[in-house]
Write a protein that binds this ligand. Structure first.
Ligand SMILES: NC(=O)c1ccc[n+]([C@@H]2O[C@H](COP(=O)([O-])OP(=O)(O)OC[C@H]3O[C@@H](n4cnc5c(N)ncnc54)[C@H](O)[C@@H]3O)[C@@H](O)[C@H]2O)c1
Length: 451
């Protein structure tokens, strides 16, 4: 507001003549092509037979969804905890061979591919073993637990010509694909800034999961579960709440940033990790022995734009990803994409002319109006369209379908090991910056994080 009570906005309104801005809005329901395709029947000769490794929180859901897909059959299940193998049999609804030893699934010639939903510290070994055993593999996110692992996994994928699909399902989402299409068309111009955040506020959202009451070293192969992690005595909390410790998981970044990063990399078509990450955060509430923060905020530098990302486990907030461009914004809020246009043009003469002597100002204003005739003048409609997923939309179902279809057709998947590696590196950069209290810089030539 200036001395005479005239704000910049008032001034523009007063001087823009007939160039008022109107708002046009549309609401569009998206139709997922993959989902429609999955409704077709698959001849028995094209059935895909899979084995599942890890039937915990995510694995149980993946199993239930996968067996609902046409032409997809679960023929074996592996888990180190006996109770989870029982769960697999309950979900499949018939007797299938189950084992504690993943090698038995890899040796089984009937099995075309593996779905693996094990903690992060097991991803590398299982993906590499699957590829070397000529099995395609769907591996949960984040693809890696350490930077070096990703390059080994890509090498195994490529050397064995295997399909590797990483399980952060946004690459298949109809909403994220619409945003990607709009971005590619230049719908919001040049993007200089992206912000993405989410927040939770309940103990289970902060990984304080209930431990199975009967869990013991008798029904769980604890030594194998530890894998490459430091050897510690049987600890039920480590088993069920592994996300709380860097020895097994990757904290807020690997668990949650990875979803936001997947969306951003997919929409923007990014094929490399960020150049630099700078994190800040802390452990404010869940002081239960964990060694990871419950609030993390990271600023990423990508070649053409910055990303501001933050997650809190201490307050429920909407989940938002917002691309900000020179010609408008794309905002994904949960399952709705909103596209709003901006012209990036002045709608009125310069506000500064108000500070000029009257004669100069009048001359300038008259000229400005001559140069911006309303008839031929600047476009004055701000458009807004919102895109919605169907009410029962399940992007994980589509993501699994994309994998099984690729196993059958050998077409590339939407989220291969290279994609998964890039988003995982971004998670590791966020963690490294936080834990080392310095900027983390990606050294592409050395394939390491510096700083
Ligand atoms: N895509 C998503 O939206 C999503 C959601 C949740 C979890 N996840 C991912 O899924 C993975 C599993 O998470 P979770 O919450 O289901 O964990 P969980 O601990 O509930 O389940 C993991 C299961 O794997 C078994 N297991 C561990 N190591 C094994 C091995 N070497 N061989 C056989 N079985 C083994 C465990 O006994 C357990 O039953 C993680 O990578 C996680 O990040 C992804």
């Amino acid at each position: 507001m200036n001395k005479r009570g005239l704000s910049r906005r008032d001034f523009m309104r007063g001087t823009a003549g007939a160039a008022g801005v109107t708002l046009a809005a549309g609401s569009i329901l998206l139709e997922p092509a993959e989902l429609a395709a999955s409704a077709r029947s698959v001849p028995p000769s094209e059935r895909v037979r899979f084995g599942i490794i890890g039937i915990g929180m995510q694995g149980a859901g993946l199993l239930r969804t996968a067996i609902s897909l046409p032409g997809v059959e679960c023929v074996a299940a592996c888990d180190l905890y006996d109770g989870r193998r029982e769960v697999a049999r309950e979900i499949v609804g018939k007797e299938i061979p189950t084992t504690r030893r993943d090698q038995e699934l890899l040796d089984n010639k009937v099995i075309d591919c593996i779905v693996a939903a094990v903690p992060d510290h097991w991803h590398r070994q299982i993906v590499i073993d699957c590829c070397n055993a000529s099995k395609d593999v769907y591996c949960e996110k984040p693809m890696t637990h350490a930077v070096s692992e990703g390059f080994e996994m890509i090498a195994a994928e490529q050397k064995n010509k295997r399909i590797v699909q990483v399980g952060s399902q946004r690459t298949t989402s109809v909403i994220y694909n619409k945003a990607k299409e709009l971005m590619a068309k230049g719908a919001i111009g040049d993007v200089c800034l992206v912000e993405a955040w989410m927040g939770r506020n309940e103990p289970s959202g902060a990984w304080q999961y209930a431990v199975p009451p009967d869990l013991s070293p008798q029904n769980l192969d604890w030594d194998t579960w530890l894998g490459t992690a430091p050897k510690v005595p049987f600890n039920p909390l480590h088993y069920q709440r592994w996300r709380c410790w860097m020895a097994y998981g990757s904290g807020v970044a690997g668990d949650l940033f990875v979803h936001l990063l997947t969306g951003i990399h997919h929409i923007a078509g990014l094929t490399a990790p960020p150049k630099r990450a700078l994190s800040s955060g802390g452990l404010y509430r869940f002081k239960d022995g964990r060694d990871v923060p419950d609030v993390l905020a990271t600023v990423y530098d990508y070649p053409n734009f910055q990303v501001f990302m933050r997650v809190t486990l201490n307050t429920e907030t909407p989940e938002i990803t917002r691309f900000m461009g020179t010609r408008g914004m794309l905002e994904i809020a949960d399952n709705v994409l909103t596209h709003t246009t901006q012209e990036g043009l002045d709608h009125g003469p310069s506000f500064l002319s108000y500070t000029w002597p009257k004669k100069l100002r009048d001359e300038y204003l008259a000229n400005w109006r001559k140069e911006h005739p309303v008839e031929a003048g600047i476009k004055t409609t701000v458009e807004s369209a919102s895109y919605h997923a169907p009410p029962d939309y399940n992007e994980t179902r589509e993501h699994l379908w994309n994998f099984f279809d690729a196993v059958r057709t050998r077409r590339p998947v939407v989220e291969d090991a290279s994609f998964g590696n890039n988003t995982s590196i971004a998670c590791h950069m966020a963690n490294q910056s936080y834990f080392k209290n310095t900027a983390a810089v990606w050294d592409a030539a050395a394939k390491t994080i510096k700083g």
